[in-house]
Design a protein around this ligand. Structure first.
Ligand code: CP
Ligand code: NVA
Length: 302
């Protein structure tokens, strides 16, 4: 049976740990110039309704490293832009290619793609989830701390797709997640209810200092995500207290690291000083998209 990655909840704990281990191995092998070729003869379609630097390029490069090829379909490139149903597109693409990577708005679009495509579907970001990013971030955390459990991870700012994906990760792995979001900008209530039901150490509040106290990792992201451009101005006022600054970092232990999935807005959710400072892992974090996704592609499509 084909498998998809629409959210991190599609994976078991063991599968996440196996992906992280394999990604670390593939990273080392890539540095030695010996990429395996499990995608030889395979083709993936990339359907992108929103812009992307990291997701697109890391997937296309990773597919090439693994011996496969990719077909990029931007916003206006397929008949989806002229309202051909997702279900029809999914069934047709499955006759041509071996997997679909899709970045779009509503999460229901990737769910429909997955229902109708007989091939693996990978979520390259929706309004609700960004699983590939958070899995890659776990790789970055594993590299730094040697583990992805027994940590406190803080999320500051918008309760957006990234925040939701962090909650799904915390539902699968044993780390504490402290989210500090302004009132009215909380993550998905259904995920928080799941967390509560499972008695997971997932805490939502609106005090950034409390969130970072005792934390090994501080995460943030833009205050207005793709599709929310019109709200950007009003969000600035609401979100300023959640800015990741040097002052805030001083409230956390000295070993704390800062992650940001990028693109970053310097002076908004993160200061220039922190983003470019010694506690920032953002460039390794961006690189790890490549290695984690190669492990994912090998497993789902190879
Ligand atoms: N972090 C991330 O997904 O970046 P892109 O929007 O550039 O793909
Ligand atoms: N939350 C951001 C992430 C960008 C990678 C967005 O959806 O625009």
């Amino acid at each position: 049976m084909k498998r998809d990655l629409l959210t991190i909840l599609d994976l078991t704990t063991a599968e996440i740990l196996a992906l992280l281990a394999r990604a670390a191995e593939l990273k080392a092998w890539h540095r030695q110039g010996r990429d395996p070729k499990p995608l030889a003869g395979k083709t993936l379609a990339l359907i992108f309704d929103k812009p992307s630097t990291r997701t697109r390029v890391s997937f296309e490069a990773g597919i090439a490293h693994l011996g496969g090829s990719s077909i990029y379909l931007g916003r206006n490139d397929s008949q989806l832009s002229r309202n051909e149903p997702v279900a029809d597109t999914a069934r047709v693409l499955a006759r041509y290619v071996d997997g679909i990577i899709i970045r779009t708005y509503g999460h229901e679009i990737v769910e429909e793609m997955s229902r109708f495509a007989s091939i693996p579907v990978i979520n390259g970001l929706t309004d609700s989830h960004h699983p590939c990013q958070v899995l890659s971030d776990l790789l970055t955390i594993q590299e730094r701390f040697g583990r992805v459990t027994d940590l406190k991870i803080a999320w500051l700012g918008d309760g957006n797709n990234m925040a939701n994906s962090w909650i799904t990760a915390a539902l699968r792995l044993d780390f504490a997640l402290a989210l500090a979001c302004p009132p009215g900008y909380e993550p998905d209530a259904r995920l928080l209810a799941l967390a509560q039901k499972a008695s997971r150490p997932i805490y939502l509040g609106n005090d950034p200092v409390a969130a970072v106290q005792g934390a090994q990792v501080i995460n943030t992201d833009v205050w207005a995500s793709m599709g929310q451009e019109e709200e950007a101005q009003e969000r600035l006022q609401v979100f300023y207290p959640f800015q990741v600054s040097s002052d805030l970092l001083r409230q956390a232990p000295p070993e704390v690291v800062v992650l940001h999935c990028l693109p970053a807005h310097r002076g908004e959710e993160i200061t220039e000083e922190v983003l470019e400072g010694p506690q920032s892992l953002v460039w390794d974090q961006a690189e790890n998209r490549l290695h984690l996704q190669k492990a994912l592609l090998e497993w789902l499509v190879g």
